[in-house]
Design a protein around this ligand. Structure first.
Ligand code: AMP
Length: 390
């Protein structure tokens, strides 16, 4: 990376540094290969998913400032597949070159309270919350024991770092369970649907929003994404406005996902923001004109954004390690993929991960069909067959 910040589009053949080589890094890398860009990937494992697409793979911790610096020196722009790299480690990249999205975004996202205060400041509707910083605040909280969720301010994902509370007495125990660390107490939202807004913002401020996605979770992990979400046009419009307002307020560059709850009275409340390509945006890879991965690259490379329009309604089914045959060990066999291949409308994406573990995201299936209900039914059938066949 040179000391001069690149302002125009990055020429094809330039090098993109990717911090993290899991499935997201792999799919960004695949699209980078296709577009003619080189990639340097940093990941903790030589066996990571992105090993197949990285022109250079550096193995080591994402929290090692020297390795992060090495990636930056070899790259024309650096981006991340995860929000869990301390912003202080990536901030120096901005002093000499391009980091997209910028470190300020990660600083805000990495602290749940900062994220909530940012939304508050921009009058974006969100889950009602209170801060719980220390023992004093625990006694001062205005909480009458109604259902709530206590979440750590940093480090949580896929339901980790959070505990449900529903009685006045349980709060202290919940706080201790989370390590007496600074937390946010959020009101429990009785939602009828979880949706996400997947969008990209380019360096020129252009914003492209994908069809709003409906998310179904199992055990706090995304199970299925249905696109488009089965909501009214008014909800779609509101969700798009919320997503765009967040991206503008952050002066964001790249792809982002905003997770929202749709309450029983059709109110939208932001749950959280992910400053990266997202599991609930995988449907775009096959069912939209431009995948979220290509779109992210277009944004961070300073190219014009592509169309975010849908080619077809679709359902994305996550394939977790739970579906592998009982012995969750290396070489323990595979699920019977014929159940996917037998469906002409379905595509299998496997992330080359091993071993398979319960809860580990191993791949996904994309089902496309002109009739959304048929796509949903097909995805459910495939899941059923993969679950019972193991
Ligand atoms: P998170 O890690 O914050 O995305 O939360 C994981 C999942 O827990 C969400 O997708 C919801 O299903 C559930 N959840 C989180 N926060 C709340 C809330 N305030 N009210 C109801 N459910 C929640």
């Amino acid at each position: 990376m040179t000391a001069n910040k690149q302002t125009g589009p990055l020429p094809v053949g330039s090098t993109i540094g990717i911090l993290g080589g899991g499935q997201l890094g792999w799919m960004i890398g695949r699209e980078a290969n296709r577009l003619g860009y080189r990639t340097v990937v940093l990941d903790g494992s030589a066996n990571c998913s992105a090993r197949h697409v990285a022109d250079e793979l550096i193995v080591g911790s994402l929290s090692d400032p020297e390795l992060v610096q090495q990636v930056a020196e070899k790259s024309d722009v650096v981006t991340l597949e995860t929000e869990h790299v301390d912003y202080r480690y990536i901030q120096p990249i901005e002093e000499t070159g391009l980091l997209r999205p910028g470190a300020a975004v990660f600083k805000m996202i990495q602290d749940r309270l900062r994220q909530r205060r940012f939304l508050e400041q921009h009058q974006i509707p969100q889950t009602p919350f209170q801060s719980l910083e220390n023992e004093d605040e625990l006694t001062q909280l205005q909480w009458n024991g109604e259902k709530a969720i206590l979440k750590t301010r940093s480090g949580g994902y896929d339901g980790k770092g959070q505990v449900r509370v529903d009685k006045a007495g349980s709060l202290k125990a919940a706080w201790a369970e989370l390590g007496n660390t600074p937390c946010v107490l959020e009101q429990f939202v009785d939602f009828k649907m979880e949706i996400s807004v997947i969008l990209a913002r380019g360096v020129d401020g252009d914003i492209r929003v994908y069809p709003i996605a409906e998310n179904v979770h199992r055990n706090h992990i995304l199970h299925m994404t249905i696109a488009p979400a089965r909501v009214s046009d008014a909800v779609v419009k509101k969700a798009e406005e919320i997503g765009a307002a967040i991206a503008e307020a952050m002066d964001y560059v790249g792809l982002m996902a905003v997770e929202l709850f749709l309450s029983n009275d059709d109110e939208l409340l932001v749950n959280e923001i992910a400053p990266r390509v997202h599991n609930s945006g995988h449907f775009t890879y096959g069912a939209c004109e431009t995948s979220q991965f290509e779109q992210h690259l277009r944004a961070v490379c300073g190219l014009p954004l592509g169309s975010s329009g849908a080619i077809c309604p679709s359902v994305m089914l996550n394939v977790l390690g739970d579906l592998w045959p009982e012995a969750h060990e290396e070489g323990a066999g595979q699920p019977d993929w014929q159940h996917v291949f037998a469906s002409p409308a379905s595509r299998l994406y496997l992330y080359s991960k091993s071993p398979a573990r319960v809860g580990r995201k191993m791949g996904h299936v994309l089902v496309k069909h002109a009739d959304l209900d048929t796509a949903i039914q097909t995805a459910e059938d495939i899941f059923e067959k993969l679950s019972t066949a193991k």
